[in-house]
Design a protein around this ligand. Structure first.
Ligand code: AQP
Length: 326
């Protein structure tokens, strides 16, 4: 069997430069490595309150962004998680194989639940990794491209697969997280100690921002008073973040990026980072609007869901047989 690749993005907000660098931009490279299943994690988006219209808009947006990022529906299955009922069905079985202790230790859960009224933390937010594990295991995915904030969830998926296979035999395929070398975690421009996050909104660059806004945001990014462009995450988180953005957009190493700015002041450096981001996003945005307005998105989602159902139902059947469901 050729290798299978699975990844997705939650339609919780407008996509950010973090989503682009950590995920979207790299997806097209996986199309030559095996069969790709790249989905829109709309069920996951319900784990925090969201307006129905916002969810609908964000979901279609992501599909158009996938196409703009070079995903080819003939080589990659693009679909909505909620269109493939096997996700919810496998989730119902797998929730019995992950433990509350494990789930309560997940960093993402701790961070997100901290901001909520403790009496009103949804069960879905707590159990998020179970659904994510089901997403991955349904497709026998061996490669899971993610930003480094998601590696903990993929590790948990591996623990789950091992636990399940120990009990029932070789039923589930072991996945592996693949994290980009540069740009696995893009930080907020206003607080570079925090991840740039689409649901947080502070210090984000949105993929739909126009060039003027992008430039303004980058020029006013928080830095330090040293005036030397060098990479040092601890003492210079702002400059290090901008170097990471520059290096990943230009597809060069951090060292090479540093060399380009040996004698540059922060103004010159920031302006070069803005140029690089704008240059990368302009053609991408143009494609995105073309796809969004074309009606093509719905056809792509339908085709993707058909293939996703085929593959996921086969896995679900294996799991049903293994656990004794008639
Ligand atoms: N700042 C980031 N740097 C690098 N990669 C990132 N990703 C997200 N933010 C960054 C990667 O984008 C993919 C899709 O993310 P997701 O929407 O499924 O979940 P997330 O990681 O929780 O992303 P956000 O933007 O922070 O969403 P919210 O605010 O809703 O929680 C993943 O591969 C992720 O690693």
């Amino acid at each position: 069997m050729e290798c299978r690749i699975l990844s997705g993005i939650k339609p919780t907000g407008q996509l950010t430069l973090g989503n682009y660098i950590g995920a979207l931009k790299n997806f097209k490279n996986f199309q030559d490595q095996g069969e790709c299943f790249i989905f829109i994690a709309d069920l996951h988006a319900l784990t925090l309150p969201i307006e129905p219209d916002t969810l609908r808009t964000n979901s279609r947006d992501i599909a158009a962004f996938y196409l703009a990022a070079g995903l080819d529906p003939n080589r990659c299955n693009i679909f909505l998680q909620s269109h493939v009922s096997a996700h919810a069905e496998l989730n119902a079985i797998m929730q019995n194989f992950l433990y509350m202790g494990e789930l309560s230790r997940m960093t993402q859960f701790k961070e997100k639940s901290q901001k909520l009224n403790q009496e009103k933390i949804g069960l879905g937010l707590f159990a998020y990794p179970v659904l994510m594990a089901s997403d991955i295991l349904l497709y026998d995915a061996t490669i899971v491209p993610v930003g480094d904030d998601q590696t903990q969830h993929v590790e948990l998926t591996r623990d789950l697969a091992k636990r399940f296979n120990n009990r029932y035999g070789n039923v589930l395929v072991m996945p592996k997280a693949v994290v980009t070398k540069v740009g696995a975690r893009i930080m907020s421009l206003s607080d570079p100690t925090k991840k740039m996050s689409k649901s947080d909104q502070k210090g984000d660059i949105y993929l739909k921002d126009n060039p003027n806004i992008i430039r303004k945001k980058i020029m006013s990014a928080v830095t330090d008073s040293e005036s030397i462009v060098r990479f040092d995450r601890t003492n210079k988180p702002g400059i290090s973040n901008l170097l990471t953005i520059y290096a990943s957009i230009k597809e060069i190493s951090i060292e090479e990026a540093e060399k380009n700015f040996i004698n540059a002041n922060y103004g010159t450096f920031k302006s070069a980072v803005a140029d690089a981001v704008i240059e990368a996003l302009e053609p991408f945005q143009k494609q995105y609007y073309e796809y969004l307005n074309s009606g093509y998105v719905d056809l792509v989602l339908e085709k993707g869901a058909n293939r996703a159902r085929e593959v996921s139902n086969a896995t679900l059947k294996r799991v049903h047989d293994a656990v004794g469901l008639l």
